[in-house]
Design a binder for this molecule. Sequence first.
Ligand code: SAM
Length: 257
Amino acid sequence: MVNTEYDKSEKFRLLDEVGFRDYFKAETWEEFNCQFFDGLAPKYDRLNEILSLGQHQRIKRTAIRHLRIQPGAKLLDVCTGSGDTAIMMARAYPDTHVIGVDVSEKMLEIARERANGIKNVEFRVANAMRLPFEDVSFDRVLISFGLRNLEDLRAGLLEMKRVTRSGGFVSNLDLGRPPAGFLTWVHQVYFRKFIPWLGKTFFHRGEFNSFGYLPNSGKYFPSQAGLVGIFQELGFSSVCRYDFMLGAISQQVGKVI
Ligand SMILES: C[S@@+](CC[C@H](N)C(=O)[O-])C[C@H]1O[C@@H](n2cnc3c(N)ncnc32)[C@H](O)[C@@H]1O
């Protein structure tokens, strides 16, 4: 029996540590996320450019290529946000059907605007922890920079697995941890010191500082090696890991059997 309880109580501490409760009034983890991302939506794409040093689009395109998407495939992008990955897949594979889901209506408004005119992609409000789809409905199910936001990442991955057909793939792309040594130090200074300062000083004056949230959320998020172990523990086979930017970003792909 897989333990899907993960470290929920630890994770709830994050709400106080990053000052979520001073800005948002919510009862559940999803509501906090929803309010946070609704507020961040107008700035989200610019934030992504800054945090990834302009690299995130290129990395997402490569991550999609790892999924060996076939013509006619049904694809699901969980925590789609402003629709980056969903739109990229719809453009690159016009004979597939892509659905992007997210809890934040404001993020989805941006996704729909960006996807205007692209026929094979649609966006729906849905909670990743309770996906509104039948079992084995999709060929590929992806989550990009979203898993860390779920209340229980194991339960979230199992839900993605449930809706994936046998022989299909589930993929996670998120921040990773570079190997120990000088790189770790650079990574820590960049994320823990420079990025929060940048957010407070230029980007989020007087608002919740989302640049401070990201490094803190990493405290409760496994490393890329840990995630490979979790994929295996949850019953995925042939689990592959791909590192980008010297391990600062990492993808894990597991096959559903
Ligand atoms: C950091 S953004 C990632 C967006 C996009 N995938 C990307 O790569 O840019 C995380 C997204 O997860 C969404 N989210 C958080 N919790 C969720 C949940 N339980 N169900 C669905 N979406 C959720 C947020 O609203 C937000 O849009």
